[in-house]
Design a protein around this ligand. Structure first.
Ligand SMILES: [Zn+2]
Length: 407
């Protein structure tokens, strides 16, 4: 239901309800992207002082006191994949060393004192906020980010990550993550927190099974097919991950290859109506996508493909198969990943990197991925992602290839 004050009434051909600049603000720009489409012709976006959208009207009906800008108005961005707790690793890990070296570096460098971590997270949050991000899907391995999120202007979905490739340790790992999740729920009672598998190469079948039972109907995240080695592991029990297990002293004698790609091997482990936020998908094939189609709407409620192009360039110097995913009608969203594998935490920079490497993809399409699709993926579609009446999506000005916040 729209707020009574937000309902426009035409009198003598003019909209009169939004006259009060004390109650309302009116914005226009060269273009308005609604979250779904770029509006043709000149329009004016009207919202109340809290940023709640009241209306979107033609210029002729907007009355006076309009704030006018050069550029494009857009709803706030949703960053569907981040690890805010790794913010202190900015600039610490060399680029283009491959995923296995990257994972080992993160494990070796992630410890730091609490003050350093919090100061880095505050800085990262500031960058996210000023860059136009309004909501984040955030991976949490620890409770480190709870203090930050207690007073945050951003909306967070916390994915409490579980890993462990040795079957025998599955229950212990699962219970430890469950305890972390309890702390998030107790201390951040308004924020959703769901357990999520880290990646197919780091979660045993037993652990997948525990997660599957526990997350029925929930939103979960997983790092999927980020490197070619992940498919090598499942198809042939070969490739670079064997080096990782050896270096970490993990005995994988009990693991046998499935002869299938990673995705075809792990996805059947999740079959209780979960919504899956599948992150990276750099080595996902058309056959994998067709496999996803056979379970979506049945064992799996919905499946979103999160693209973190700068992280792919940073870690592996590779590109995700965007044209294939788009042509297959996949639901795409945007993530920055963490400072460990990115030069910044800025959704606009992700869109610019995609535009640079995939110039044929329409800009409007990219904005949709960064706004309404991200909001839908995080279950925030009723509040964020578009300029529909009653939502409070944030209002951005996109100008000179930068995003800034108007509200
Ligand atoms: Zn990640």
């Amino acid at each position: 239901m729209p707020h009574p004050q937000s309902r426009a009434t035409a009198q003598g051909g003019k909209i009169t309800s939004y006259q009060s600049i004390i109650l309302f603000r009116k914005f226009t720009a060269d273009q308005i992207f609604t979250g779904l489409e770029m509006l043709p012709g000149q329009h004016v976006l009207i919202c109340n002082r809290d940023g709640e959208i009241a209306d979107l009207v033609s210029m002729a009906d907007a009355g006076d006191d309009i704030e006018s800008f050069q550029g494009t108005l857009s709803p706030g961005f949703v960053n569907a994949h981040c690890h805010i707790e790794l913010s202190h690793l900015k600039g610490k890990i060399p680029e283009r060393q491959g995923l296995v070296n990257f994972v080992q570096q993160v494990m070796a460098l992630r410890e730091a004192d609490a003050e350093t971590k919090l100061a880095s997270m505050i800085q990262a949050e500031q960058e996210l906020f000023t860059g136009g991000t309004v909501a984040i899907g955030d991976i949490c391995n620890t409770t480190d980010s709870i203090a930050l999120k207690m007073n945050s202007p951003l909306q967070w979905h916390n994915f409490i990550e579980v890993s462990g490739f040795v079957e025998a340790g599955a229950e212990k790992r699962f219970n430890a993550a469950g305890e972390i999740r309890q702390q998030f729920i107790q201390q951040l009672s308004t924020m959703p927190a769901t357990l999520s598998p880290h990646a197919p190469y780091s979660v045993s079948e037993k652990l997948f099974s525990l997660l599957n039972e526990h997350t029925a109907g929930q939103l979960i995240s997983i790092h999927n097919q980020e490197s070619p080695a992940e498919n090598d592991l499942y198809e042939k029990k070969s490739g670079d991950f064997l080096r990782l297990y050896e270096n970490m002293g993990i005995d994988i004698t009990a693991f046998s290859a499935t002869g299938q790609t990673s995705l075809k091997s792990w996805l059947p482990n999740i079959n209780k109506n979960q919504t899956i936020l599948s992150v990276h998908n750099t080595h996902t094939s058309i056959a994998d996508v067709e496999f996803i189609e056979t379970v979506t709407g049945k064992e799996v409620k919905d499946y979103f493909f999160c693209i973190c192009i700068n992280a792919n360039l940073y870690i592996e110097n590779s590109l995700p198969p965007l044209e294939m995913l788009m042509n297959k009608g996949c639901k795409m969203v945007i993530g920055t990943d963490s400072y460990a594998s990115n030069w910044q935490l800025n959704v606009m920079e992700e869109l610019k990197a995609i535009r640079k490497h995939f110039p044929a993809i329409p800009w409007e399409q990219l904005l949709r991925w960064a706004t309404i699709n991200g909001a839908m993926a995080l279950g925030l579609g009723d509040r964020l992602g578009s300029f529909d009446r009653g939502k409070k999506p944030g209002i951005l000005l996109l100008s000179d290839d930068k995003a800034s916040r108007l509200l």
